[in-house]
Design a protein around this ligand. Structure first.
Ligand code: HPA
Length: 270
């Protein structure tokens, strides 16, 4: 284990006092409120966690919340790190190393995304079936396993077992769950309409600025991954409306209750 990771794990083990999280949830822009669904919550600001990067983006609280939901011990990471903040990939994926070090075996990633698929509407939730890495970088570039480059299989990046559970959870919660492929760009500029058209040809249903590095690293650690995108807006050119971060946050916030309901049902099925 990396020496700085050991220190972080020891700090958190001490804070958790015997609480062993089973499921971790990384929440995206404007979606941090789902931590409010946890019973017996304990909050640790990222600023207090040794070696943890600090959050700087509006709409990202920057705290860990652990507690119980639907009988499961859950760790919510409210606030993530993005390449568009000028973060290194190492910082972006550090929380996933921590989640692994804590022994978590299931990770749910959520994000805000622009809808490319023409049937999507703002406020929809989309089950991520697969992703396209358009970041131009990969967190495993830095990694060596016994001195060797790790060529990681990504055919089942998003676990089919967990996708079935999310489908069943949506049915129980009486929510419509869209499904599709998430494409990640670095941002922070939104896409041009020409880029969105290209991404549609490539098979992308939604576009965002996160998630892919964390998912690659989670798969490296053999953590089972599920993902949900909150479609906060129609991607550039799909509608003629200008895109704004405020709107992304606003629609994200309005979707939190739906997401929390889905999460509760999902956890009860695990
Ligand atoms: N593009 C990229 N990232 C996003 C979008 C978008 O339209 N909406 C929310 N995050």
């Amino acid at each position: 284990m990396m020496p700085n990771l050991k220190e972080t794990k020891e700090f958190l083990d001490n804070k958790f006092a015997g609480f062993k999280p089973e499921v971790a949830v990384i929440v995206g822009s404007g979606l941090g409120g789902i931590a409010g669904a946890l019973a017996k919550p304990v909050t640790i600001p990222y600023a207090e966690i040794p070696n943890f990067p600090k959050s700087t983006v509006a709409g990202h609280a920057g705290e860990m919340v652990f507690g119980e939901l639907a009988g499961k011990r859950v760790l919510v990471l409210s606030g993530r790190f993005h390449l568009y903040e000028g973060r290194s990939l190492e910082e972006v994926v550090f929380p996933v190393h921590v989640v692994d070090a804590l022994g978590v075996k299931v990770l749910l990633v959520t994000n805000a995304a622009g809808g490319i698929n023409p049937v999507f509407n703002p406020g929809d939730l989309m089950l991520i079936e697969d992703h396209i890495n358009h970041l131009g970088v990969n967190p495993l570039i830095e990694f060596r396993e016994n001195g060797e480059v790790k060529f990681l299989d990504m055919t089942q990046a998003y676990s089919s077992r967990l996708r079935e559970k999310l489908d069943a959870a949506a049915e129980k919660a009486q929510l419509t769950l869209r499904r599709g492929v998430y494409l990640a760009t670095t941002g922070p500029s939104y896409e041009t309409p020409a880029e969105v058209k290209t991404f549609a040809w490539w098979g992308a249903d939604a576009v965002g600025m996160s998630t892919v590095p964390e998912v690659i690293l989670a798969r490296y650690h053999n953590i089972e991954v599920a993902g949900i995108s909150c479609i906060t807006n129609l991607a550039a050119g799909i509608s003629s409306k200008k895109l704004s971060h405020d709107e992304v946050l606003e629609v994200g916030k309005a979707s939190q209750a739906k997401l929390a309901k889905l999460l509760g049902e999902f956890l009860s099925l695990l």
